[in-house]
Design a binder for this molecule. Structure first.
Ligand SMILES: Nc1nc2c(ncn2[C@@H]2O[C@H](COP(=O)(O)OP(=O)(O)O)[C@@H](O)[C@H]2O)c(=O)[nH]1
Ligand SMILES: [Mg+2]
Length: 364
């Protein structure tokens, strides 16, 4: 999974990026501007339980790639050079995080001169919608060209696509993001190729100051009431503090959390929200070499899920041996699970469920 981090300048995008990735950027610089790219592992406590059963040589957690573009969306959308490259990168992510500033810091003034979470959320929505309009304009002018050269049979499809884009544009011009448009499946399929930013699930991460921590839960509730929406989740993080915590060892960080009354890491919360918005679940593969969790969209068919593990497994798929996590833990292993009839054989189209431990049988 890839998540793009956007936000107004000095909202704390890079700080939040560092908090999310433990500062581990493999940053690449592109003439003048630089994007940060880093990975984080998704917490999956069930892996620890399964490790107690399988004693694998290696345990592999799912990972997430974060990209901190570090440039204004508006600028990169208009610019076809370097900006085009960034926009391209951003359009490939699965979800977006919008970092919104709520912390006070006189040394680093807010670009608007004042703090206003609602205004900043609306402004970022404008930038996202604006960049989608530019993408659609470019697509329209390409379609116009291809219409001239098209054979009669091709024209119908092109005209249909033009109509769809024109309709989407009307709503975008009213600042409505695609994710809120309630589009028919056919339209969604057509649009998916453009990878529009306003169609992507959005996690609004409000970056608070340390002095706001005592009331963080109240703030999160209030902001959820105001800003949560269709494929849009809201949470708060003290970016600077969380970034510092990643520099401490686990025990010290835990002590620190207790002191501040921070129960769950807000970093884990951001991941959880992203997973939920994308409808992702975990399934597991287990043998003595490696125990591993995989993320797929809920309901992905077994053959497709096998392709996550290895393309040969998808191509040569025969069947899947499936044991739900809870049953496997109760039985203590595959052979006991088989005896108790909780290890099932499933075919190509079986919709994988959260917690399934799967052995794919295949031949190449
Ligand atoms: N006081 C305070 N300062 C912060 C916080 N988060 C970021 N900053 C500061 O705000 C400035 C801009 O942060 P940065 O992450 O570089 O913002 P970006 O431009 O969005 O990438 C830096 O000086 C940070 O140290 C915070 O939670 N509290
Ligand atoms: Mg930055």
């Amino acid at each position: 999974m890839e998540i793009g981090i956007i936000g107004l300048p000095a909202s704390g995008r890079t700080t939040v990026f560092n908090a999310l990735t433990g500062g581990g950027s493999s940053g690449h610089a592109t003439a003048g501007t630089s994007a940060h790219i880093g990975t984080a592992f998704v917490p999956e406590p069930r892996l620890e339980v399964l490790a107690g059963i399988f004693h694998p040589g290696k345990v592999t957690y799912p990972s997430v790639t974060y990209i901190d573009i570090g440039a204004s969306l508006k600028n990169i959308a208009q610019d076809k050079g370097i900006g085009g490259k960034f926009l391209n990168e951003l359009s490939q992510v699965d979800a977006l995080i919008n970092v919104v500033r709520a912390f006070k810091n006189d040394a680093v003034p807010h670009i608007e001169g004042s703090l206003d979470v609602e205004r900043d959320i609306a402004n970022m929505n404008l930038e996202i919608v604006f960049s989608d309009l530019i993408i659609l304009e470019r697509r329209l002018s390409k379609l116009e060209d291809s219409l001239k050269a098209a054979k009669q049979a091709e024209k119908v499809g092109i005209v249909r696509e033009q109509e769809v884009i024109e309709r989407i544009k009307i709503d975008l011009e009213k600042d409505i993001p695609v994710r809120e448009m309630n589009l028919a499946d056919e339209v969604q399929r057509m649009l998916s190729g453009y990878q529009l930013l306003s169609a992507k699930p959005l996690v609004i991460v409000i970056n608070i100051g340390e002095e706001q921590l005592p009331e963080v839960n109240k703030l999160i509730n209030e902001w959820n009431t105001r800003f949560k929406g269709e494929k849009r989740a809201v949470t708060a993080i003290c970016g600077e503090l969380e970034m510092e915590l990643t520099q401490l060892d686990e025990e010290a960080a835990e002590e620190f959390r207790d002191e501040y009354g921070l129960s769950e890491s807000s970093i884990d919360e951001i991941l959880k929200l992203s997973y939920d918005l994308l409808g992702l679940i975990s399934f597991f593969t287990a043998n003595s070499n490696e125990l591993r969790a995989w993320s797929v969209i809920d309901g992905t068919e077994a053959q497709k899920a096998a392709g996550k593990v290895h393309s040969d497994m998808e191509k040569g798929f025969i069947r899947a041996e499936v044991t739900p996590f809870e049953d496997l833990v109760k039985c203590g292993g595959f052979s006991e699970a088989k005896k108790h009839g909780v290890l099932r054989l499933e075919g190509k189209t079986y919709p994988v469920r959260d917690g399934d431990v799967i052995t794919f049988l295949f031949n190449v």
